[in-house]
Design a protein around this ligand. Structure first.
Ligand SMILES: *Cc1c(COP(=O)(O)O)cnc(C)c1O
Length: 393
């Protein structure tokens, strides 16, 4: 057998990430690789930090992309801010809160869980009560946009509660950044991590993070060295930190950073508020079509993420067969359920560049056809008509 170049099929990505990558970002990846201490590269890194300040709405000096995917951003926050023996309150309402718990326990710290049903946002009152019962807790962690369910939690309120109880906050904004408001300074977030392949529509593999002054002080005052050498911010800061003088830590992923730079330039060109409004408007159009097909949302209306639409699979429908039809016949990817919702829901992403009218119409038409093929009793054409009405509204 002769192995030749890999040419992936061209798909439309409407799952929980990665999302469609804009051609401008793909072409940025193909620009010449230069040295990671080259002055031209260092200048690009400085611009990149400025662009991340804008995306996160922060002035935090320690704002950088971690050279690994969102999960590494999560781990960076936990291993740097939590020490063995600490008490950490972890709010869980889906898959990703469970990973936070794993992180805490692997550090040798104790996770105090605040649990809410999958599909519900985190209940601020439960957090308040838990912090009253555990006055020695040092950190509060929660997921802003739970991609496993499509629920948005009230990050501003949760961070206020954490601060009132003298805790640092760790916020997962992997799916929220670029899709819905994230205001790091205004909300008093201490540590936040995101990902490139969701609403930033960049290729996967990088994790923008940002840390407040309070968080940096906590890191500098640690009694135990950070258990991970690679993610130890004391060392990473030497590379991303001081203007001009940079110490080698690891070889930065040069071309992926060009891509992130380009995606953030595009976000700035569009404007954050406009990007949020586009995600909201497109969600309304998709919703009109899905509801016309009789599909029900998992999350109640006021807590729904516009960029991640979870709907329940109708009775008697083979959910995997539907996804397979979409992929094979329409080159369209939607997401399956994860964790407790596996086999029960579809997750339709409208993230970043994927959040556009063409994708919505393709998805509604293809989903309707696949459901009718599965024997579902649907009025053919109703979904597209309802969506079109929402476009004109
Ligand atoms: C996707 C996702 C992650 C993990 O990001 P990776 O880039 O896949 O490592 C973490 N948290 C949430 C909420 C996510 O949606």
């Amino acid at each position: 057998m002769s192995v030749t170049s890999f040419n992936p099929p061209v798909r439309v990505l409407m799952g929980p990430g990665p999302s469609d990558v804009h051609p401008r970002i793909l072409s940025a990846l193909a620009r010449p690789t230069i040295g990671h201490l080259d002055p031209a590269f260092v200048a690009m890194m400085d611009e990149l930090k400025g662009l991340l300040h804008y995306a996160f709405q922060t002035d935090n000096a320690l704002t950088i992309p971690v050279s690994a995917p969102g999960s590494a951003g999560m781990e960076t926050c936990f291993v740097n801010l939590v020490e063995p023996g600490d008490k950490v309150v972890v709010c869980q309402n889906g898959v990703f809160g469970g990973r936070m718990k794993e992180n805490v326990e692997r550090i040798g710290a104790t996770a105090i869980m605040v649990e809410d049903a999958w599909g519900d946002p985190v209940d601020p009152q439960k957090l308040e009560d838990t912090l009253k019962a555990h006055p020695d807790a040092k950190v509060v962690a929660f997921v802003h946009a739970e991609t496993s369910t499509g629920a948005e939690s009230d990050a501003k309120t949760l961070c206020e509660i954490a601060r009132r109880h003298d805790c640092l906050s760790i916020v997962d904004a992997v799916t929220s950044l670029g899709g819905i408001p994230v205001r790091v300074d205004e909300w008093g977030i201490d540590a936040i991590y995101s990902g490139t392949q969701k609403c930033l529509s960049c290729t996967p593999g990088l994790s923008p993070v940002s840390f407040s002054e309070r968080a940096v002080e906590r890191i500098k005052a640690r009694k135990h060295p950070v258990q991970s050498w690679f993610l130890d911010l004391n060392l990473v800061m030497g590379y991303w930190g001081g203007e001009g003088k940079r110490a080698y830590h690891h070889t930065a992923p040069i071309n992926p950073l060009y891509a992130l730079h380009e995606s953030l330039v595009m976000l700035r060109e569009e404007g954050l508020e406009n990007a949020w409004a586009r995600h909201r408007r497109n969600h309304e159009i998709l919703k009109a079509g899905l509801e016309a097909m009789g599909l029900r949302f998992v999350v109640r209306e006021e807590a729904r993420l516009p960029q991640l639409n979870s709907v329940t699979v109708p009775e008697g429908v083979d959910e995997a067969a539907v996804r397979q039809t979409l992929l094979q016949r329409y080159n369209l990817e939607i997401g399956a359920g994860l964790g407790a919702l596996a086999g029960k829901v579809w997750r339709i992403g409208l993230m970043g560049y994927s959040s556009n009218l063409n994708n919505i119409m393709l998805c509604l038409g293809a989903l309707e056809a696949a459901l009718i093929e599965q024997g579902a009793k649907l009025e053919q054409g109703a979904a597209l008509a309802a969506a079109q009405q929402a476009v004109n509204a």
